[in-house]
Each structure stands twice: as structure tokens, then as C-alpha cells.
Design a binder for this molecule. Structure first.
Ligand code: PEP
Ligand code: MG
Length: 310
């Protein structure tokens, strides 16, 4: 009956052959926690912490941040929660961290670059995250945005571990990072692919600019080939390669991403049910066949069609 149906537990993400694909939530504050849990998120794959401070005129204190991170982590005892260090700049400027006068902010001092230039802000945030790690039962993973190469990765991982963080990784959003994925995974515990920025930078098309919006398509084989490089490097290193950009919320693309080596998918909680259902209908072998077909296409539309018919 209706009541029993409503109460039926949501299954974890898995392919038809039983291969597990944990399905995680993208969140912007602790307020998003209940909906993520209710819709069956197996954890959080992206906490966009800069969303908390878009209106702040000065840097938040360690105490303020500890309370906000702890509040979110408390919804996920025993579960993975991936928190991103402040991704300030371009589409998400923070007045206390960015120069508003850059001509090309997407190519400017944003993400990890801005945090290295204002190291006290990074120190305070990672200290607050360590406090939240100690105060809760969640499995906290911390990652940096807008990382370009293995040197920046190693710097961030060492910085986080010195402050007592257990699991530290980086986002793959800049094509250079994907090109040297094997080197990145020498120090990073994991990589999470931000397909929104990875697409923007691979196709050299501003994601905020309507006139080039058609380039902002993560089905493009060039983007998929970078995802494959990252997936291969993760498999070789025995480390996780997640997806946390909007691409993970497209059920057909989610299948292809798993076929390319993605080990987890994180998305807006509203998309979880459709992605879960699509994954349940294909085996890993079928997902790999669809991925191979998409990789060989010559355009985003071609990849979409090739994956559909593979
Ligand atoms: C991305 O770039 O894909 C991503 C997940 O980060 P954001 O959309 O917040 O830039
Ligand atoms: Mg991004």
C-alpha cells in the first residue's frame, strides 16, 4: 500500500551486476542535510563552503565555521562527507578574498590560488574542519578547488595533513591537472572531477556567457577523454575518482562517467532517484561499451547518440 511504499528504504547506488557506485549529494549548507538524507544520499560529495559566506564582508571566524561544518557533518554519522575549501572567485566572488577588478576572473586568482595568497583564511578554514572532524562521527574528506598541477596538490595535501585532517584531495577542474593525473595521485588521497569548470576550461568558453553556452557541454569527447585519464590514473593508484559537477545528474552521462572510471557520483539531491534507476539498468561492461562509443565521437551530440545506441 501507499504507506508501506513511502517507507520502503531507498537502495544504495549500484549497477545491474552489483558494482557499487555510491551516490552522494551536493550541498551548500547544513540546511540541505535533511533533504539529502531523505532522498537517499549515501553521504556528501561536495559541500560548497563559499556559499556560506557570499554576503560576508570579512573572513568568518574559526568558531563560526566550526559550528557550520559540524552542523552539516552531524547529519551523516559513519558516512563520507567531502568538503571543499573556499572556492572564491569568478562566478562566486568573496569580498574578503578576491580582487573585484580582475579582467578575466575565471583565469585569475581564484580557488586554491586565492587561498595560498591569503593563507590565514585557509588555515582558519582547515582548523575549523579539523574541529568538526573531531566533534562528529562523519568520515570527513577535504578537497581544494581550482588546482593546476602536482605541486599545488602536494602543497595542499601536506598543509591539510599537518593540521590533522585525515583524508585530503583535490578537484579536477583545470585541464592541466587531468593531464598529470598520475603525478597528482602520488600525494592526493582522492580526486573529484568538477565537470562544470573542467568543461569551461577545456573548451575555453566562459560558463557565465550565454553566447558560448553551447560549448558548455560535458558530453564533449575532449572532456570525456580527460575524465578517462583521471579514471585510469585513479584505478592505477587504487584511489577514488568522484564526479561532483552537474554532469553526474544526467542519467545517461552518469552511466558513461562510471564506464570511464568514476567511482562515486555527487549531484543535487533531486537528481538522485533518476540516476540511481538508470545505473541499476546497466552492467559495468555495458557502461564501458557506452563510454568507449562516446569517446570515439567527434562532438558532444555525437557522443550522446553513440552512448545511446551502444
Ligand atoms: C564544478 O566546477 O564542476 C564544480 C562542481 O564546482 P562549481 O560548480 O561550484 O564551480
Ligand atoms: Mg568548479
Amino acid at each position: 500500500d501507499r504507506v508501506a511504499q513511502a517507507a520502503a528504504p531507498i537502495t544504495d547506488g549500484a549497477l545491474a551486476d552489483g558494482t557499487k557506485v555510491p551516490l552522494l549529494a551536493n550541498v551548500g549548507s547544513a540546511k540541505d542535510g535533511p533533504a539529502a538524507v531523505e532522498l537517499g544520499a549515501e553521504g556528501v560529495g561536495l559541500f560548497r563552503t563559499e556559499f556560506l559566506f557570499l554576503d560576508a564582508s570579512e573572513a568568518p571566524s574559526v568558531e563560526t565555521q566550526t559550528a557550520q561544518y559540524t552542523a552539516l557533518l552531524e547529519f551523516f554519522p559513519g558516512k563520507k562527507v567531502v568538503v571543499r575549501a573556499l572556492d572564491a572567485g569568478a562566478d562566486k566572488p568573496l569580498s574578503f578574498l578576491n580582487d573585484a577588478h580582475e579582467e578575466n576572473p575565471a583565469l585569475g586568482l581564484r580557488g586554491l590560488r586565492a587561498l595560498r595568497a591569503s593563507e590565514q583564511i585557509l588555515h582558519d578554514q582547515l582548523t575549523a574542519l579539523k574541529n568538526a572532524q573531531d566533534a562528529t562521527e562523519a568520515d570527513l574528506w577535504v578537497m581544494a578547488p581550482m588546482v593546476a598541477d602536482a605541486e599545488e596538490t602536494a602543497w595542499f595535501v601536506e598543509y591539510g595533513k599537518k593540521l590533522g585532517l585525515n583524508t585530503v584531495g583535490v578537484m579536477a577542474e583545470v585541464p592541466s591537472l587531468a593531464v598529470v593525473a598520475d603525478q597528482v595521485l602520488e600525494s592526493a588521497d582522492f580526486v573529484s572531477i568538477g565537470t562544470n569548470d573542467l568543461t569551461q576550461y577545456t573548451l575555453a568558453a566562459d560558463r557565465m556567457l550565454g553566447s558560448v553556452a553551447s560549448y558548455q557541454d560535458p558530453w564533449h569527447p575532449a572532456v570525456l577523454r580527460l575524465v578517462k585519464s583521471l579514471g585510469d590514473a585513479g584505478a592505477a593508484a587504487g584511489k577514488g575518482v568522484g564526479i561532483c559537477g552537474e554532469a553526474a545528474a544526467d542519467p545517461q552521462l552518469a552511466v558513461v562517467l562510471v564506464g570511464l572510471g568514476a567511482t562515486t557520483l555527487s549531484m543535487t539531491p533531486a537528481a538522485l532517484a533518476d540516476v540511481r534507476a538508470e545505473l541499476a539498468g546497466v552492467t559495468l561492461e555495458q557502461a564501458k561499451a557506452k563510454a568507449a562509443a562516446a569517446l570515439a565521437a567527434h562532438s558532444a551530440d555525437g557522443a550522446r547518440e553513440a552512448a545511446r545506441t551502444a
